[in-house]
Write a protein that binds this ligand. Structure first.
Ligand code: GLN
Ligand code: ZN
Length: 758
């Protein structure tokens, strides 16, 4: 390492930015609605950044990430940095408004797409790269934040997304070839940026390349070596820290080590890299060891982390301690969680607590373990309390689970199920239905807020929700739908609703995590064995069914989705947790069936999302995910019809698994992929019924009857009338009632027309 490089010893890869009390969310939404102006928004943002830096510095970190702040998303920020916003946004004059237009659209221009960031529940904005995209460096944001940090006296390290990750996660449009072919156009901008940052006084820059922990790029290691050799050879530049996270670098580690960069970051929580000790080229670099879990909520086992750090001592010039990834993925702080009992609190570490852990580990690495004896003692006590807590182990659940699993947990053959369901339900060809939720109206949200605040009591709240259910049932009867739903008004969220009723989950009060833009979620924490003390949905389903002669679907969330949208246990395999959740859902299906509900839908929209990042791990995941779903749905008789629903397109890699779920009816998002999914599923051997979404519910637009007819005819080519269901492509909770009514009327008309000539 060159003598001009100032090494660092304790850091984090990035911080949450939405504000400890979601201050940024409120400011941005205030700006959108015109309540506050740009200067007000900028001042809220600047204050939050300064607070964040102050906290990191006070904790003892000696290198502070900056430019991890964002008004919406870091991929969108990178598109702006590289001058790569599509030309259609040029109609918006103001720079900030143009940025928001790309993020969320305006009346005139459609937004960029959004998709999940690796295997997290954070959504990034997908940059579009067309043949005409011209890249031009626009470093104003990063320079501005760097300057602010320097003014605040902070040892600032600008963070940017690297060229490989940026291009690999972008989307080719207008006939452009794969974005990664534009590497030669983009790398020179990073070269330029390095010089600009050096001129601005940056001593370090962090370049994030999480794409290198996946198999997305066939020649990832070779490309990494090439790009970082080029960047490393820039003479006037800050020291370069290439960060990776969410998994192991594999061959990309020695490849990066061969380049002149000064530091390499590895995720030692989600990717053990046995090769680290054998890469001799690390000898002159800083190894940034991500030993504090940046994306789950558990307190670090300080002893194990120190053992890991000790074992790395000789593999690099020096070791810096870090979080495994940005703490963007966990809540700010445990402080507001006053209703968590002391034991549970002692097991947890949110963003602020993780930073303290990093500092303590780094101090121990430097000065010896005695220096942090009390931190070690506390962590030991917490670990002991967690291991012995009775809530972690429910013998009854474990015994029942093994006996059900031993007996096979399977249903009768699909054809027999079909026969008995047809006899029971007596539905027309091409039955019409919806995915579950109806609009979450202002009245619904007001009633829930009033109930949470204690302004109305449980009975009053329930009565209001029942009135809502009744109006949704009447609407569906008027529209002539064949299979009805109760509309899910009582659910704040399809995972939290169940987590709040299951043992083993803790619901936080202020554990907000950014999901996308200003949208935040509060994922529940799964800490113990899962048990269902009482039925969770039966009253709502039977109430709705009592109002109508048409079948009403019972609505449940599947085990994979419940786990995907929660913080999960780290003390047992995810597959075991999935089975426990599946058992609770199975018990619920059995109770619904006993209460006379003939159709039960178990939603698994997150099936695709938990898919591992490396090809070699995918089959094992899909195996347990499919078994958990089948466990949750095989407790009912053949005459009870099981539906499932999946969304978030790109089903390619999971198509076989969707077929293997073996639901009697599978509804999928399809409106945007032109029904191709129907043929794909059939080709994967799926012989049960399919409900390809016939219109896109993400848009307020009401589809014409004719276009729905066209879609249904296309689908009919692939499956024939006795296997085709007719439904929108997802739940309707984000739509307005009049849009829903008009769209569903056209959908029912279309089904009637197609039925007549099928
Ligand atoms: N049943 C849920 C709803 O309709 C499904 C939501 C989803 O697929 N994300 O809202
Ligand atoms: Zn959906």
């Amino acid at each position: 390492m060159s003598p001009t490089v100032t090494p660092f010893t304790a850091t984090t890869l990035g911080s949450p930015r939405i504000g400890p009390r979601r201050e940024l969310k409120r400011a941005i939404e205030g700006y959108w609605s015109g309540r506050i102006d740009k200067a007000d928004l900028e001042s809220v943002a600047a204050d939050l950044r300064r607070q964040g830096w102050a906290e990191l510095t006070a904790a003892g970190l000696d290198s502070i990430p900056v430019n991890t702040f964002s008004y919406y998303d870091q991929m969108l920020d990178t598109a702006v940095l590289l001058g790569a916003l599509p030309a259609r946004y040029a109609v918006v004059d103001d720079e900030l408004d143009r940025y928001f237009a790309a993020a969320r659209g305006t009346a005139e221009v459609a937004p960029l797409e959004m998709t999940k960031w690796f295997d997290t529940n954070y959504h990034y904005i997908v940059p579009e790269i067309g043949p005409d995209t011209v890249f031009r460096l626009n470093p104003a944001k990063v320079l501005n934040e760097l300057q602010q940090a320097q003014d605040a006296g902070v040892p600032a390290r600008p963070v940017i997304i690297g060229p490989l990750t940026f291009l690999a996660l972008s989307k080719a449009v207008d006939g452009a070839s794969s974005p990664t072919e534009r590497l030669d156009d983009v790398v020179p901008l990073y070269v330029e940026l390095l010089t600009v940052l050096a001129d601005a006084g940056a001593r370090w820059v962090q370049i994030d390349e999480p794409i290198l922990v996946t198999d997305t790029l066939d020649d990832g290691p070779a490309l990494a070596e090439q790009v970082y050799t080029t960047l490393g050879e820039v003479t006037e530049r800050p020291a370069i820290f290439v960060a990776s996270y969410f998994g192991a670098l594999g061959q990309a580690l020695p490849a990066l080590a061969r380049t002149p960069v000064e530091a390499i970051g590895v995720d030692l929580v989600y990717g053990s890299d046995p090769a680290i000790g054998t890469v001799s080229e690390l000898a002159d670099k800083i190894l940034v060891a991500g030993v504090v879990d940046g994306r789950n909520v558990w307190r670090t086992d300080v002893r194990t982390a120190l053992d890991t750090l000790d074992s790395l001592r000789n593999s690099a010039a020096s070791i810096a301690v870090s979080t495994s990834c940005s703490t963007l993925h966990v809540p700010y702080s445990l402080t507001p969680e006053t209703h968590a009992d002391d034991a549970l609190r002692s097991w947890l570490a949110f963003g602020s607590e993780k930073i303290i852990e990093v500092a303590a580990l780094s101090a121990a690495l430097r000065d010896g373990r005695d220096r942090v004896a009390s931190a070690i003692g506390e962590a030991d006590a917490a670990a002991a309390s967690r291991r012995s807590d009775p809530r972690l182990h429910n013998d009854d659940v474990r015994t029942r689970l093994s006996s059900i699993l031993a007996s096979g947990a399977s249903r009768g053959p699909a054809a027999d199920r079909r026969t008995s369901q047809d006899a029971r339900l007596n539905l027309p060809a091409l039955p019409t239905t919806t995915i579950g939720s109806y609009p979450q109206t202002v009245e619904i949200r007001k009633a829930r807020a009033a109930w949470v605040a204690g302004e109305i009591d449980q009975t009053e709240y329930t009565n209001r929700m029942k009135a809502e259910v009744e109006s949704v049932i009447r609407l569906q009867e008027r529209l002539g739908l064949d299979v009805l739903v109760h509309g899910e008004p009582e659910r704040n969220d399809m995972v939290q609703y169940f987590a709040e009723q299951l043992d083993g989950f803790f619901a936080t009060t202020n554990g907000w995590v950014q999901s996308y833009g200003t949208r935040c979620v509060r994922p529940p924490i799964l800490y113990g064995d899962v048990a269902r003390p009482a039925p969770m949905t039966v009253e709502w389903a039977t109430y709705a069914q009592s109002l109508t002669g048409k079948p009403v679907k019972g609505m449940l969330t599947g085990p994979v989705t419940i786990l995907a949208w929660s913080f999960v246990r780290d003390d047992q395999p995810l597959a075991d947790s999935a089975n426990q959740v599946a058992l609770a859902i199975r018990d619920e299906t059995v109770d619904l069936e006993a209460a006379g509900i003939a159709i039960i839908q178990v939603d698994e929209p997150a099936l695709r999302e938990l898919l591992p990042l490396r090809r070699k791990d995918k089959d094992a995941y899909l195996d347990w995910a499919v078994s958990a779903f089948r466990l949750s749905t095989s407790g009912v008789a053949d005459s009870t019809q099981i539906h499932t629903h999946l969304c978030y397109s790109e089903f390619g890699e999971v198509i076989g698994a969707i077929a293997a779920l073996d639901a009697d009816v599978t509804s999928v998002e399809a409106a945007r992929s032109h029904m191709e999914i129907v043929g794909d599923l059939t080709a994967a051997g799926f012989a049960n019924s399919i409900g390809p979404g016939v219109y896109d519910i993400h848009s307020p637009r009401v589809p014409d009857t004719s276009e729905i007819v066209e879609g249904l005819r296309a689908a009919l080519q692939a499956v024939g009338p006795d296997r085709l269901w007719v439904n929108p492509d997802c739940g309707l909770k984000t739509r307005k009632t009049d849009e829903v009514e008009a769209a569903l009327r056209n959908m029912v008309d279309a089904a009637t027309q197609v039925r007549a000539d099928a």
